[in-house]
Write a protein that binds this ligand. Structure first.
Ligand SMILES: C[S@@+](CC[C@H](N)C(=O)[O-])C[C@H]1O[C@@H](n2cnc3c(N)ncnc32)[C@H](O)[C@@H]1O
Length: 277
């Protein structure tokens, strides 16, 4: 392992002997001219610009893709990723001036890729995201009557219904109302795909889950619980608004960052349609 990576790994309590036993890093370096463990690449670098428009568990580290693209391809070449997932290879290829084609089976992953890859009218997108957020804030405000440290619901406000048992089980009443309201207004905008991604990312964070178990929660938490991440008692998540607010601004920032470095190279995404038997 490179010394810099080893130092970072030890800092995080990682058993570097086991890594060194299992990987022939020297051989990788000889072939590729780099250390492919990427342990010293920090989280914010692995999720730079559009690579974190939405979490995606099986994502390539973009720096890994970059090593291979730089080594085997040139500006103007076309690369194919037949299982393109959240589109990491397509975005990295574009930054290096390489055309790309991605093939993907999952409709949701296709949506993530398209939002990352599309060249948007940024001022228009920003205006729409902020407008949708303002309307949600108005709805959320009307929904609640604050009193004596309690949040109650105002019965006069239109309430949204859903047949989904999953939504009813995994969200607090307030969070669910905010999610359903936001979903209902997406149709009013041109850039619906971006708003869908903001909503999906926010809904993921607003579930009734403990802070330490975002990826695979087993059952909803409705009571105060001991949080092993924060080492204190935490209360269950009660709202979606704060996440939609946070991710609205984060999305605008990330789209702008990629817009500054993107090239004219093309990105073509081919959704695979499942055959009906
Ligand atoms: C591990 S992910 C790829 C992740 C990607 N490298 C990234 O950085 O986001 C593999 C992807 O292959 C897709 N997939 C699986 N079978 C497929 C098929 N037959 N055709 C197209 N895509 C497929 C899955 O839906 C999944 O998104």
């Amino acid at each position: 392992m490179l010394e810099v990576n080893k130092a970072a790994a030890i800092k995080f309590g990682i058993d570097t002997h086991r890594i060194e036993e299992k990987t022939d890093t020297q051989r990788s370096i000889e072939i590729l001219g780099d250390d492919l463990t990427f342990i010293s690449v920090r989280e914010f670098q692995r999720t730079k610009h559009v690579h974190r428009l939405h979490p995606y568990l099986g994502k390539f580290i973009p720096q890994l893709v970059e090593v291979f693209l730089r080594r085997y391809f040139e500006r103007g070449d076309t690369i194919l990723d037949p299982f393109s997932g959240s589109g990491t290879a397509l975005i990295e290829a574009n930054v290096l001036g390489m055309n790309s084609v991605g093939i993907e089976l999952s409709p949701f992953n296709v949506l993530i890729q398209e939002v990352k890859a599309k060249g948007y009218n940024i001022p228009e997108v920003e205006k729409e995201i902020k407008d949708a957020l303002k309307r949600l804030k108005g709805f959320s405000h009307r929904l609640q009557i604050k009193g004596r440290g309690q949040t109650l619901f105002d019965d006069k406000v239109e309430r949204f219904e859903t047949d989904s048992e999953y939504l009813k089980e995994w969200f607090s009443d307030r969070a669910l109302q905010e999610i359903l309201f936001y979903r209902s207004i997406i149709k009013d905008y041109k850039n619906q795909d971006i708003l869908m991604i903001i909503l999906s990312r926010s809904a993921r964070s607003a579930r009734l889950i403990p802070h330490y178990d975002l990826a695979r929660p087993k059952k909803p938490v409705r009571e105060t619980y001991w949080c092993i991440k924060h080492k204190r008692y935490c209360t269950p998540i009660d709202e979606a608004l704060k996440f939609i607010n946070r991710y609205s601004y984060d999305t605008i920032k990330r789209l702008k960052e990629f817009d500054r470095i993107r090239t004219d190279a093309s990105i073509k995404i081919i959704p695979v349609r499942r055959q009906k038997n």
